[in-house]
Design a binder for this molecule. Structure first.
Ligand code: NAD
Length: 526
């Protein structure tokens, strides 16, 4: 045995410890205090925590040998990832450890709703025998609408297939091919809401998914449909859900998560046809065992000089290269944000080209990964990082290429990102001069700062259109800070980039798109 040491700071499954004992001396101190941790960490190459132990900057700075911090679970709120990154310490977790567990919980909730199991249980315990009160519904032959086809959604799909359900999913970020492999039809949200007998939610909580299911959506759902939420509170508008169930529109709901946990004084608690669990979707012995095994394997990999899979942060680069590419890392992050917000439908291909002096740098990997990270992060639950960005993109069926050298068009260096999505193609070019700037959108030359909100609209280059767009924004009290227009020929298609001081709500975009001679409008927040 060599002298590498792993500290187990929180209780983890024995299987994980056995795995680690193959390569290192394992020291279990599951009652270690924060002060002891700072004092005693200096000899350790690795530390394993769950949620109790806080791996603070102070701890990391007191650990000169530390190479990896492993969270045997998913969330890394208890680890100072920034401090770890600065010191070149990898932070790993086990995001896939809970997928099957949560999927099974969703199934349990679905069955409980369909067969009124929790109500029947309560009634029998009260000494009653009300057979006719609990007439149920078979899942067989019913349509399941899965909102979010990531790790958990896919596991739910394969299980519900075995129950004889017809499967459809709403997930604008997964390709039809990937969905077809699992036997799921990809729909738009409206189509799914209208067709599903049971809707199960497996998306992260983001600004896009906040209140994704509210009054309007519930109104178009099938009468008596069920809703299951094992994802995050806040994706369903709870007040609207209460009203829809009370009015008899929705048949019932099963909730593991709430906007406010625990859900005290929540009117939903009064309803018989709502089933509750206290955010236990991920709580099984198997998930905990798998988390311990997964992170133990990751630590082994690192200690033996290999590359772990689930790295949350970026390993530190050699300082000289990092300084050279640092401004462009910032730039590509903005270009990534730009393309994901302009994509219509699933992204199929991304090509990134480094032009001018940047093309001379031997390895563009960090920049490409940063761009992918900013494309993927807004749509995925777990943080996409420099290490896993390419794998995540490949797994999602996105073809990523690096373009051939190109002309920097008079700039020292320029980066071009071309995106092909199901519904559109966008090409954007950026440079760094004091700050990241966008200098071309498709074929139009622009000069746009990469911060704040902007409206990008395409329209017919005839008199009055710019005015009508400006008037529409004014009508909604959206102030224009700056405006640029570009066109290729008089009377043809033109593009306008308008920097605004307020956010542009989706309804305003809808109204802009309806204006005569306006071909397209999209809001981008950078
Ligand atoms: P994931 O990242 O693997 O999948 C999320 C999917 O949602 C992705 O396919 C993504 O494309 C899709 N998506 C993102 N934005 C969307 C949108 N606006 N509309 C439709 N689809 C969208 O995540 P996962 O591991 O499957 O986790 C799913 C959810 O389950 C998360 O909210 C997570 O926090 C939650 N979760 C809950 C528990 C629990 O204890 N109940 C445990 C683990 C995870």
């Amino acid at each position: 045995m060599d002298n590498m040491k792993v500290l187990i700071a929180d209780q983890i499954n024995e299987k994980g410890i056995e795995e680690l004992e193959d390569v290192a001396e394992v020291v279990a101190r599951t009652d270690i205090t924060p002060e002891e941790l700072v004092n005693d960490i200096h000899d350790f190459e690795a530390i394993v925590v769950r949620s109790r132990t806080k791996v603070t900057r102070e701890v990391i700075e007191a650990a000169p040998k530390l190479r990896i911090i492993a969270r045997a679970g998913v969330g890394v709120d208890n680890v100072d990832v920034e401090a770890a990154t600065e010191r070149g310490v990898m932070v790993v977790n086990a995001p896939e450890s809970t997928s099957i567990t949560v999927a099974e919980h969703a199934l349990g909730l679905m069955l409980s709703l369909a067969r009124k199991i929790s109500l029947a249980d309560k009634s029998v315990k009260e000494g009653k025998w009300e057979k006719s009160a609990f007439m149920g519904m078979e899942l067989n032959g019913k349509t399941l609408g899965i909102v979010g086809m990531g790790r958990i959604g896919s596991q739910v799909a394969s299980r519900c297939k075995a129950f004889g359900m017809d499967l459809m999913a709403y997930d604008p970020y997964i390709t039809q091919e990937a969905a077809a492999e699992i036997g799921v039809e990809i729909m738009d949200l409206e189509g799914l809401l209208k067709a599903a007998d049971v809707i199960t939610i497996h998306v992260p909580l983001t600004s896009e998914t906040k209140h994704l299911l509210a009054k309007e959506e519930m109104e178009i759902m099938k009468d008596n449909a069920f809703i299951v939420n094992c994802a995050r509170g806040g994706i369903i508008n709870e007040e609207d859900l209460y009203n829809a169930i009370k009015d008899g529109k929705i048949g019932g709901a099963a909730l593991d998560v709430f906007e406010k946990e625990p859900p005290k004084e929540n009117p939903l608690l009064e309803l018989d046809n709502v089933v509750f669990t206290p955010h236990i979707g991920a709580s099984t012995r198997e998930a905990q065992r798998d988390a311990a095994i997964i992170v133990a394997k990751e630590i082994k990999e690192v200690l033996l000089g290999g590359s772990p899979k689930n790295v949350i942060n970026m390993p530190v680069l050699d300082p000289e290269t990092f300084q050279q590419i640092k401004p462009y890392v910032q730039l590509v992050e903005k270009l990534g944000k730009f393309v994901i917000q302009t994509a219509e439908g699933n992204i199929n291909e991304l090509e990134i080209t480094y032009c001018g002096e940047l093309s001379e740098i031997r390895n563009h990997d960090i920049m490409t990964r940063k761009m992918l990270q900013s494309v993927l992060n807004p749509i995925l639950t777990e943080p996409v990082n420099m290490v896993n960005a390419s794998t995540v993109a490949t797994n999602r069926g996105i073809i990523v290429t690096e373009g051939k050298r190109c002309d920097a068009g008079g700039y020292k260096s320029l980066v071009k990102v071309e995106m092909k999505a199901e519904g559109n193609q966008v090409s954007v070019e950026g440079v760094f001069s004091k700050e990241p700037k966008i200098v071309r959108i498709n074929n139009y030359l622009v000069d746009v700062e990469t911060q704040g909100t902007m409206l990008i609209s395409k329209y017919k280059d005839i008199p009055g259109i710019i005015g009508s767009i400006g008037a529409k924004l004014g009508e909604h009290r959206i102030n224009i800070a700056k405006m640029q227009v570009g066109r290729q020929e008089q009377g043809g298609e033109a593009v306008m980039v308008v920097k605004v001081d307020q956010n542009i709500p989706a309804e305003v975009i809808g109204e802009l798109k309806k204006l005569k001679h306006v071909y397209d409008a999209v809001a981008v927040n950078l």
